[in-house]
Design a protein. Structure first.
Length: 169
């Protein structure tokens, strides 16, 4: 499953990250690409949650870095009350492979990321044998992950018309 420093999906014969610095790549593409820091510093129309959806949850790296960014952002506008992240994954990684991937991330980092490790441990503690369906994981009082196991097209069709708009993909 893992080349040195490069987690790989055996099912799709593809790597999860294209660089030697997956955390930096994810930070650049997902966090910066969605301008999350800038958006969280500006007041929303009314106090509410910020909703992110991701097709292909994979290793959870985008989610973990987003949750860490949410926690660390000193100047987040107080009207952003809650981070709600919905990750869709048809073929979840097994728990032992996820632990191995995290270990590779940890050894490749130049700095101490205790906050990231803490979030990962919380995610891992909830990473049971995941059956098809929606699994709600409350990481903190203001961060919720809905991990949807199954075909995203099927579950996206179940969203009621009154459900909140997705702020970022």
């Amino acid at each position: 499953m893992i080349e040195p420093g490069k987690p790989r999906s055996e099912r799709f014969d593809d790597i999860y990250s294209s660089s030697d610095n997956p955390m930096g790549e994810s930070e650049h593409v997902f966090i910066d690409g969605n301008r999350l820091r800038q958006r969280w510093q500006v007041s929303p129309d009314h106090p509410r949650q910020f909703l992110i959806a991701e097709l292909g949850f994979g290793t959870g790296l985008n989610f973990l870095l987003t949750a860490r960014c949410w926690q660390q952002l000193e100047h987040r506008h107080p009207d952003w009350r809650h981070l709600h992240y919905v990750g869709y994954e048809r073929f979840p990684i097994d728990k032992s492979a996820l632990e191995e991937i995290h270990s590779a991330w940890r050894s490749s980092r130049s700095s101490n990321c205790a906050d990231f490790d803490s979030l990962f441990e919380q995610l891992l503690a909830n990473w049971r044998f995941l059956l098809q369906g929606i699994h709600r994981i409350r990481l903190t009082q203001d961060i919720t992950l809905d991990l949807v196991i199954g075909d995203a097209a099927q579950y996206l069709g179940l969203r009621p018309p009154y459900s909140p708009a997705i702020d970022a993909w």
